[in-house]
Write a protein that binds this ligand. Structure first.
Ligand code: G3P
Length: 218
């Protein structure tokens, strides 16, 4: 499983790139707005900045609602950087846009996926990757990770090439669970990437090793 960092904060992306543990980036309108980005020009500048340190896929989301407008927006976004995955919502208009954009060789990240049927439709339409939102399903007492597992199983059973990216990740256990069930990618907020590394016994072990080593020098 590969890890992507889920943020539009360039500083966090620099730090994640330095760790050498991420293969891509996902953004969305909310993450962009959180960084003060509120227009396509600023979004473009930020994405081009991110692309200086991340050579893997960078997901950039459309904000249109109709298929025609999504396609027009997606074609513009595709010109921003070479390694873009255009994020398109799992709506009927979105599937039409995914179909038309993928026909033109543009990679798409099918986002806001909350059902296996949406993932089945997106694969037929040509999604490069589908993003089932685990945390938001958990929030309404549905098993988000079980849906990810069902999509993985169905895609594998039918030889579907669309990748599965576990999204809306809320804690480190989501990461290990996504890996266990066979998701291709998990897109993780930077704070959770840091939490993935933390363990009290590692800290305690470090303390003991160093105390023994340096203590023996007295
Ligand atoms: O990539 C999608 C992700 O950013 C959504 O996360 O926590 O807003 O459901 P969340």
């Amino acid at each position: 499983m590969k890890l992507f960092v889920d943020t539009a904060n360039v500083e966090e992306i620099y730090k994640a790139a330095e760790l050498g543990v991420v293969s891509g980036v996902t953004t969305n309108p909310s993450l962009a707005a959180k960084e003060g980005i509120s227009d396509p020009e600023n979004y473009k500048k930020t994405v081009q900045e991110i692309a200086k340190v991340i050579s893997g896929p960078i997901s950039v989301e459309v904000v249109s609602i109709e298929a025609k407008d999504m396609i027009e927006e997606g074609l513009k976004i595709a010109d921003w950087i070479d390694n873009v995955w255009v994020k398109i919502p799992s709506t009927l208009a979105g599937f039409e846009a995914i179909h038309k954009l993928s026909d033109q060789g543009i990679n798409t990240n099918q986002t806001l996926c909350f059902s296996t049927n949406q993932a089945i439709l997106g694969a037929q339409a040509g999604s490069t990757v589908v993003s089932p939102f685990v945390g938001r399903l958990d929030d309404i007492a549905q098993d988000g990770m079980a849906m990810v597992g069902e999509i993985v199983d169905i895609y594998r059973m039918h030889g579907i090439e669309t990748l599965v990216m576990a999204a809306s990740i809320r804690h480190p256990f989501h990461c290990s669970e996504a890996a266990r069930i066979g998701a291709d990618i998990s897109t993780v907020p930077f704070g959770i990437i840091k939490k993935m590394a933390e363990h009290p016994l590692t800290d305690k072990g470090m303390e003991l090793f160093l105390n023994d080593w340096f203590g023996s020098k007295k």
